[in-house]
Design a protein around this ligand. Structure first.
Ligand SMILES: Cc1cc2nc3c(=O)[nH]c(=O)nc-3n(C[C@H](O)[C@H](O)[C@H](O)COP(=O)(O)OP(=O)(O)OC[C@H]3O[C@@H](n4cnc5c(N)ncnc54)[C@H](O)[C@@H]3O)c2cc1C
Length: 252
């Protein structure tokens, strides 16, 4: 385990940390590259009485315009290794901060078939067990054996078998705080900065959210109300001038 100082930054725009480029300032952001950093970050948050939010690639999040009066732990852990191998199978361990596509590339480079259908899904490996990420007939739960989690209540890293994670369609123990708490007594990873889910689309419309008002929100809202919800999904892109309030006006 590398001993190094935790890198802490103050008053960082969440918009710089998420792919939608939305959100006001986070009071603190810590970059965690190893277990020491994760422990130190939680210790800091505990001492300052701050809520904690875990950030992967920020591809499935919308930050609040008013920001977050807490600590965002930005996952920068890296490393992928084969820890067991036979003629037929291999067991691969990947750090949660690895980009999902890098993990898939590692596997395909070695002719190891596992989750290659999920190539192109944005985000980190560590976010995949959170909502049981999947595509085109493959889900992470098909190949997952276990995860290592940090339990802040015990200040301990513990291993959980996939059977403990209650993995269903885009649902696991990690996205139900009550279940997670039941499993770990307490886990501080579920602090909320308005995470929203961007599902794969049946029918995609590209829209630009623009603070300058290029979109007529009223027209858009009434169009969406008339549309059949099961047939329409809207993909939003932000040209970096939009706010979370703009998005709320469109989809809430
Ligand atoms: C264009 C597009 C296409 C997509 N296609 C698909 C698809 O086909 N199938 C699918 O299943 N999903 C899809 N998604 C959803 C998205 O890719 C996943 O949710 C992805 O896993 C998010 O990863 P991330 O690292 O960016 O997570 P973030 O956006 O940073 O975080 C998402 C959530 O996971 C939590 N989290 C992240 N890392 C950790 C960690 N290490 N420990 C604990 N909690 C953590 C965060 O706290 C947050 O609640 C798509 C998203 C986009 C934008």
């Amino acid at each position: 385990m590398t001993k190094s100082t935790l890198k802490l930054r103050e008053n960082i725009p969440i918009s710089q940390l998420t792919t939608m480029r939305l959100g006001g300032n986070a009071r603190w952001v810590a970059e965690a590259s190893n277990q020491d950093h994760i422990r130190a970050a939680y210790k800091f948050a505990h001492e300052q009485n701050l809520p904690v939010f875990i950030l992967g690639g920020g591809s499935n999040l919308i930050g609040r315009d008013e920001g977050f009066e807490g600590l965002i732990i930005q996952n920068k852990t890296t490393g992928i290794e084969i820890i067991a191998e036979t003629d037929q199978t291999a067991t691969i361990r990947g750090a949660s901060g690895e980009v999902l596509d890098n993990f898939i590339e590692f596997c395909t480079d070695r002719q190891l078939s596992c989750i290659e259908a999920m190539s192109g899904i944005p985000g980190t490996l560590g976010a995949t067990p959170v909502q049981n990420v999947g595509a085109y007939g493959q889900e992470i739960s098909d190949v997952l054996e276990s995860v290592e989690v940090y339990d802040s209540a015990q200040d301990a890293f513990i291993s959980l078998e996939v059977s403990e994670l209650q993995m269903g369609y885009r649902s696991t123990v990690f996205n139900d705080p009550k279940k997670t708490q039941a499993l770990l007594q307490k886990i501080d990873k579920r602090a909320n900065i308005d995470p929203t889910t961007t599902n794969s689309a049946d029918f995609v419309n590209w829209l630009t959210v623009n603070k300058a008002g290029e979109i007529n929100l009223n027209v858009l809202k009434s169009t969406l109300k008339k549309a059949k919800p099961s047939l329409v999904s809207v993909m939003l892109a932000n040209n970096e001038t939009g706010t979370t309030q703009d998005v709320k006006q469109i989809i809430w």
